[in-house]
Design a protein around this ligand. Sequence first.
Ligand code: PEP
Ligand code: MG
Length: 320
Amino acid sequence: RQSAERSAAQNLCRTADGKRIEVFANLGSLGEATHAVAQGAEGCGLLRTEFLFLEREQAPDEREQLRRYQEIADALAGRPLIIRTLDIGGDKPIPYLPLPAEENPALGLRGIRTSLWQPDLLRVQLRALLQVQPAGQCRVLLPMITDVAEVRIVRKLIDEIRRELGITTTLQVGAMIETPASAAIADQIAREVDFFSIGTNDLTQYTLAMDRGHADLAARIDALHPAVLRLIAMTAEAGARHNRLVAMCGGLASDPAAVPVLLGLGLTELSVVPSMIPQLKHLIGHLTLDACRPLAQRALAQESAEAVRSLLAETSNELK
Ligand code: PEP
Ligand code: MG
């Protein structure tokens, strides 16, 4: 009862049957952090750090990065801040990181691959985020993971930096599950990380083999496609088996129609577009896991995204 009272006082989100669901915000600047808190964000589930690196001649140094991350941590006033390491690729030119020309940038050096190809940038970024105060508020999220080895290399680097800086607190490390590869080996990745965050924008692009920015395919790129849903389900099951928190920061988490399915699959943190937070918290407060679980199973059995959407439209009244 005490915890229920505390959640009510802090406006923390729970389902109608009492399951705690964290509603976090996706952020890309300090201004967005302030706005998100006003909207009721319980934390930041994805800080896209690209904003610090683009459109400049030199990479931001450790001091500048620390200052910018600290400002956002302060704006969040103690709420968790999940910082994603630089997720950049050949489609976004940066002068101090001359990437080779690629015919297929979406399949080339991107996310963690770019970072491991130029580890100096990653090292500076990790040093900065490890120094954000108070220790423990910040977690780190690694984009475009496809191999267990990538996580191990970064963890080793983090341990090295912690020793250099004399930091004794641990840093929670998460993997983005945004490739079919990482969903397929989610059970292996789970052993190496503290949490998962599912990125449905890329997961949908790579699963359906459809460019996420392709205008003519836009209507068909739907993360509720059963192929994508099944990968989400695999990830959630692997997370549950290994007792790891499973979050979603891709666009699907901001889609009210999808939320009952996501809760039914076992996700416990949704990181969303800040303006959607009030509506989603209200919706979650009216759902029960008892109703969401069988609905999620029915969604997985549908034969198309349209069929999933029809199912969700038909059942939306029964859920509340
Ligand atoms: C995603 O791919 O779903 C994601 C959250 O990352 P981004 O949109 O920044 O690629
Ligand atoms: Mg992505």
